[in-house]
Design a protein around this ligand. Sequence first.
Ligand SMILES: *Cc1c(COP(=O)(O)O)cnc(C)c1O
Length: 347
Amino acid sequence: MHPSLLISTAQLRANIQSVRSRIAPSELLFVLKDDAYGHGLRWATETAVAEGVRWLGTFDIPTALAVRRIAGEGPRVLALATSAPDEVAEAIEADVDLGVGSAEYLDVVIAAAKRLHRRVRIHLKVDTGLHRNGFRPESWSDALARAGVFAAGVDVVGVWSHLAEASDAEDDVAAHAFDVALRAVRHAGFTPEVTHLTASAASWARPELRQSLSRIGAFCYGIRSADGPVLPGIEPVATLIAPVIGVEDDVVRIAIGSLDGVPSILRGIEVGTPRGRRMLRAVGLIDSEVASWPGAAVGDRVVVFGPASSGAHSPTTLAESIDTVGEEVVTRLTNRVTRVIDAEEPR
Ligand SMILES: *Cc1c(COP(=O)(O)O)cnc(C)c1O
């Protein structure tokens, strides 16, 4: 008896549809980092491609190469983060777009393209305040002027940055810095094919900040922002289930614990049982205690989180009770939890 994470292809497709209709005409770049936010890279990539998503984003190059193999040649695959030189060469050969946010990395990419006699598509990243990689505004014109760029076989197809999405005021300042950087890009004679700035929260709620692409992970997986609004048409894709393994006087024991990635500080939250929500009283290493319900029996299923139809809270609602984000609750789950795609069981 072990816990399982039930994953719904239909729900991912529905969320992708909701996101795309919300952000149009901005196009979705579906973010696949952290093993598709703990849902499984292969399944998420295949589902997105079947849904017609044309842009896929990863953090590192090895994941981008895996996505390219799964997705085939059609979709664009963008590796956002700086990687090692030997990986850059592999990325170029696999037709992967590269995010470039420093002069050093730009040189690495140019050198690799030259060596391979191939053109490479890059997305220049400008730092608009997060200080997390990206050309600083004062080095931006230098980055653009570092022009071997065109001649050296490097096509600047994108310009991008990342927002904190912590407050509208901060995001406005960053968006202004992004506009300034874009003006410099056009002034320098570049016409990027795409620009991208916003992730889930700002793409959804701040249409004026949306660019031609929107890099979205969380909302596609049905994970709303902590302390953020409920999202019409979006529900969690994953449902975490734990079987009942023991029934005592007023306590039911379920087969899930901190070794499965359930933080012990989640004790006190409510989980879904066949008779409605009950309190999760304690989280042990491999099992946990839930307040009992009439007729509780070994083999019953308790839902730790899931969509509204599951009777449990969402991952973000759990996360809010321990001051973290829904992504954290889902991606922390360990390999002890079996991923089950499209289980026949009622959800
Ligand atoms: C994770 C990430 C995203 C997606 O963020 P969500 O809030 O999950 O949509 C977008 N861009 C970058 C650079 C990221 O690291």
